[in-house]
Design a protein around this ligand. Structure first.
Ligand SMILES: [Zn+2]
Length: 391
C-alpha cells in the first residue's frame, strides 16, 4: 500500500476528508464488466444478467452466464443473459456465451443503438460442444448494442403498462406488499364490492418468461374491455402483472432474491412476495367463489398444466371452453398436461386446495412471437367471457 493511499484511508477513517460515504468519492467512468481496446461490456441496467466476461480484443469477447443463488435444487435451468457491448467503431465481433454447466436455451435477441429488438439470424449462432457454449458472429455498429436472451422488459416497463391499463379500463392499482428488496408489489383490481365471483390472473413469477408476460397482457386487455362493457358485472377482477420484481430486476434465471422458486412456495408462503399475494387473494375471495385462476409462464413449447377434470368444484367448464378455442385457432395445438407438480407448491395447486378452483398454468413457448403470445392470451380471455356469459 502506498503511503499516499495509507494517509488517505487514515484521514477517511478519522472523518478528516469531510466525506459521508462512498457516494462523494471521485467517480471514474462507469465500471465495465470487462474491456479491451475499442470495446467494453456492461451489465448496469435492470434485467442485466449475472455475468463475468473476458474481452480478448474488440473482435472477440467471452461472456459467462452465472445462475442466481439458490436455496433448493435447481428446476428447469434458464441460462439468462442480458448485457451491452459498447464499441468505439463498427466492425465484426465474435461473442462466445459460456453457460458453465448449463445448456443453451434462449435464441439471442439483439438491439442495436436506435433500433428495435431483432432475433439474431440463426446462421450467425453456433451452439458448441455439449451445448454449454454458443458463438455469435455479428457485425456491430459503434455505440452500445444490447444482447439478451429475450427482449429486456423491466419492472419500470411493467409499471408503465399497468398505469396505462388501469387508466384505460378503470382498474385501481394497489400496492399489496413489498418484495424482499423493497420493491412495490402491485395488483390491478376492479369490479363491484358485492360481486359474487372472483377472477385472478398473475404472471412473471419467473424472470425470463417474457412470452408468458405478453400473453397475460393480452388476456388482461380483453378482460379490461369486457369490464368496460359491463360483461363481467358479477365479477371482482384481480390482475397481478409482476409477481417477482426482484428476480426480474436482478436478471435471475428462476428465483426471487430469497433464493426460492416462487412457484414452489405456495404451500409454505415463506417468501414475502407469495405471502403478500396470498393475503390479497384471500381478502378478495372472502364471500366470493373463485371462478378463474390463471398463471401465465413460458417454457419450451406452448402448453397448459391443469388438474384432471372432475376434481375441482369450479373450472371444468372453463378448461373445456379454452381447450376448444385453442384447438380451433392455434397450430400447433397446445398440449394439456394433467396433474403436473400437483404436490409441489405451485399457484395452481394452492388455488385448487384453497378455493376448489381448477387453477391453470398457461405456458407460452420461449420463442413465441409477441403476436402468438397475444393470440393465446386473447383466446384464454374469450373463453372466460364465454363461460361467464353462460352463468
Ligand atoms: Zn415459469
Amino acid at each position: 500500500m502506498t503511503l499516499h493511499l495509507r494517509s488517505f484511508l487514515a484521514a477517511l477513517a478519522a472523518g478528516g476528508l469531510g466525506l459521508t460515504g462512498c457516494a462523494t468519492l471521485p467517480q471514474t467512468e462507469t465500471a465495465a464488466l470487462c474491456r479491451a481496446e475499442g470495446v467494453s461490456l456492461h451489465a448496469d441496467f435492470p434485467t442485466a444478467g449475472q455475468h463475468r466476461c473476458l474481452a480478448r480484443s474488440a473482435e472477440t469477447v467471452i461472456v459467462r452466464t452465472d445462475p442466481e443463488v439458490a436455496i433448493a435444487p435447481r428446476i428447469n435451468p434458464s441460462p439468462w443473459f442480458a448485457f451491452d457491448i459498447e464499441r468505439e467503431e463498427a466492425g465484426p465481433i465474435e461473442i462466445v456465451l459460456d453457460y458453465g454447466g448449463y445448456r443453451h436455451r434462449y435464441e439471442p435477441r439483439i438491439r442495436r443503438p436506435g433500433e428495435d429488438w431483432q432475433r439474431v439470424d440463426p446462421a450467425h449462432i453456433e451452439v458448441l460442444e455439449e451445448e454449454n457454449r454458443a458463438r455469435l458472429t455479428l457485425d456491430l455498429p459503434a455505440g452500445r448494442t444490447r444482447i439478451s436472451a429475450q427482449p429486456t422488459y423491466t419492472p419500470a416497463d411493467v409499471a408503465g403498462w399497468s398505469a396505462a391499463f388501469a387508466d384505460a379500463h378503470g382498474f385501481t392499482a394497489i400496492e399489496y406488499g413489498r418484495s424482499l428488496e423493497g420493491r412495490p408489489l402491485e395488483a390491478l383490481v376492479a369490479g363491484p364490492a358485492d360481486a359474487g365471483r372472483l377472477l385472478v390472473a398473475l404472471t412473471r413469477q419467473h424472470p425470463p418468461e417474457y412470452s408468458g408476460g405478453r400473453a397475460f397482457e393480452a388476456f388482461a386487455t380483453v378482460i379490461g374491455e369486457a369490464h368496460d362493457g359491463g360483461a363481467l358485472a358479477g365479477y371482482r377482477l384481480v390482475l397481478v402483472p409482476l409477481a417477482n420484481p426482484d428476480g426480474m430486476a436482478n436478471g435471475h434465471w428462476r428465483l426471487n432474491s430469497g433464493g426460492m422458486d416462487l412457484n414452489r412456495d405456495w404451500f409454505e408462503a415463506e417468501q414475502p412476495e407469495i405471502a403478500a399475494l396470498q393475503a390479497l387473494i384471500r381478502r378478495e375471495a372472502e364471500g366470493r367463489d373463485v371462478e378463474v385462476f390463471l398463471d401465465f409462464h413460458s417454457t419450451r413449447r406452448t402448453l397448459v398444466y391443469n388438474p384432471p377434470a372432475g376434481i375441482a368444484a369450479r373450472g371444468d367448464a372453463l378448461m373445456a371452453e379454452m381447450a376448444a378455442r385453442f384447438e380451433a385457432a392455434l397450430d400447433p395445438q397446445p398440449e394439456w398436461i394433467e396433474g403436473h407438480n400437483a404436490e409441489a407448491g405451485t399457484s395452481k395447486a394452492w388455488a385448487l386446495q384453497t378455493f376448489g378452483v381448477a387453477g391453470l398454468t398457461v405456458e407460452l413457448a420461449d420463442e413465441a412471437s409477441v403476436e402468438e403470445s397475444h393470440a393465446v392470451g386473447r383466446l384464454a380471455a374469450e373463453a372466460v367471457l364465454a363461460v361467464a356469459a353462460d352463468h
